[in-house]
Design a protein around this ligand. Structure first.
Ligand code: UDP
Length: 464
């Protein structure tokens, strides 16, 4: 690009103004916020990323952004490792307390240092950083919320008070298959699982998120209209502020640049040696934990399945183990015959690889969307929070995968692997996934729903 052109581009950018963006410091939240930052940068906005010292994004991958560190702001007990581990709700509540002062001071300073030709237009903060609404009000700065989950899972959180009142959170049989008419297509067991960890803290966190979102100027969603058409009007009714469904974000910019852990590229060279549609990819994301007994069940099921598999065993994912030291004798050999194990994978590349046939996932929203975008059917082992809703939608609404209904048990896993990877049923799931993949591509094209929604978001920000 000629210097003159660069100068005029910079001039244009300055005319658009600056956005202050603040991701929650966890992998599944950092990825979409930085992707959104790149999307908005490409539309001409200047970007400042405000972050904490721990889990801070890799600045060298974003030389075009300004970064502001608000300091340690680490609640007691927050993990020192690069990826947050369990007990999420209580940590989010603590983060909302300890970040208030440093965040407020940081934004105040940025406002007083800003110039007329690089005006700060608004804050864009994670919905779970609900305290930022109070800061926005104090500093008279509009706040846009980024909600990183699906619309459907957000709606299930919205229903929390009703579900609590109806007794769904205190049912005797937490594995009940009974339907929940208030939250179709969820079953009672899904509601129990959603709220099973730290019920009270989760309730508080949800209340904070709902109040903070209601008071915001707009909401941005990492989803697309065609995927969640049925719930969008309900959300718009409950939150009568502009809603922008501009996703899937990772189709504009990949998640690799914001990965907190190093992605092991041997995953791809190993996949290169496998036959098309022959590999099961297994990963439970950055937060979910499993017990040793579940790890053994997984390993036996994978070994017995007779399928090739690529398995992400994140250090710390097995409670009480650093990494693979708990592998029992004999099992490791059985596993290594058919599989390749890595600590962290370039997930998007793995899902896009022609050898990948199925994704056994915890159903975090990023993982679910990434699988949909690559047309890969899923086996679902949700753990908590939004995951049970995502899993139920995968199985019952989009019909592109199966939920392991009884936890992690080897016979059930082996059956599920067969059903998705070998049986006719799996081929039909793959066909439905391909249809969703086509819809993704259409929604991002000129005139598509996400394309238009992004135009709407840009105009909305410029009108602030
Ligand atoms: N991810 C990755 N490598 C892995 C596993 C996951 O890069 O080995 C990325 C994945 O692509 C996704 C994110 O980590 O973007 C996980 O987010 P998700 O919402 O699925 O789950 P969470 O970690 O928040 O539970």
């Amino acid at each position: 690009m000629e210097k003159q052109e660069v100068d005029s581009k910079l001039q244009e950018r300055k005319m658009c103004g600056r956005l202050l963006m603040f991701p929650l410091p966890a992998q599944g939240h950092i990825n979409p916020m930085l992707q959104l930052a790149n999307i908005l940068y490409s539309k001409g906005f200047n970007i400042t990323i405000i972050h904490t010292s721990f889990n801070s994004p890799n600045k060298s991958n974003y030389p075009h952004f300004t970064f502001k560190n608000i300091g340690e702001a680490r609640p007691t007990g927050y993990p020192t490792g690069s990826v947050a581990k369990g007990g999420a709700a209580s940590k989010v509540i603590l983060l909302n307390k300890v970040c208030f002062d440093p965040f407020h001071d940081c934004v105040k300073r940025l406002l007083s240092d800003s110039s007329a030709d690089d005006r700060i237009l608004c804050l864009i903060t994670d919905a779970l950083f609900y305290f930022t609404q109070h800061v926005a009000d104090l500093l008279k700065l509009p706040r846009i919320v980024l909600r990183t989950s699906s619309l459907s899972a957000f709606h299930v959180f919205y229903l929390y008070p009703i579900l609590l009142q109806q007794g769904y959170l205190s049912v005797q049989d937490s594995n009940s298959e009974a339907p929940v008419p208030e939250a179709e297509p969820l079953k009672v067991k899904d509601i129990s699982q959603t709220y099973q960890i730290e019920g009270e803290d989760l309730g508080m966190m949800i209340a904070g998120m709902m109040t903070g979102t209601k008071a915001a100027s707009a909401i941005v969603w990492n989803t697309f209209e065609e995927l969640e058409q049925s719930v969008l009007p309900t959300i718009q009714q409950n939150f009568p502020i502009p809603s922008f469904t501009i996703g899937p974000f990772h189709k504009y910019f990949t998640a690799s640049a914001s990965s907190l852990l190093e992605q092991d590229k041997t995953a791809i060279s190993w996949l290169d040696m496998q036959a098309p549609l022959s590999v099961l990819y297994v990963s439970f994301g950055s937060v979910a934990l499993i017990d040793k007994s579940e790890f053994f069940e997984m390993a036996w099921a994978l070994a017995n399945s007779k399928q090739k598999f690529l398995w992400v065993v994140r250090p710390g994912v097995i409670r009480g183990s650093e990494w693979l030291e708990s592998f029992p004798d004999g099992l490791q050999e059985a596993v290594s015959e058919r599989g390749h194990i890595v600590k962290w994978a370039p997930q998007q590349e793995v899902l896009a690889h022609p050898a990948t046939a199925c994704f056994w996932s915890h159903c975090g929203w990023n993982s679910t969307l990434e699988s949909i975008c690559e047309g890969v059917p899923m086996i679902c082992s949700p753990s908590f929070g939004d995951q049970p809703t995502n899993a139920r939608y995968v199985e019952a609404v989009w019909k592109v995968g199966l939920v392991l209904e009884n936890g992690i048990k080897r016979e059930e896993i082996e059956r599920a692997i067969r059903r998705v990877m070998i049986d006719q049923e799996g081929k039909e799931m793959r066909m439905r996934m391909s249809c969703l993949k086509k819809k993704v591509n259409l929604c991002l094209m000129e005139g598509g729903s996400s394309y238009k929604s992004l135009e709407g978001l840009v105009n909305f920000i410029l009108s602030l």
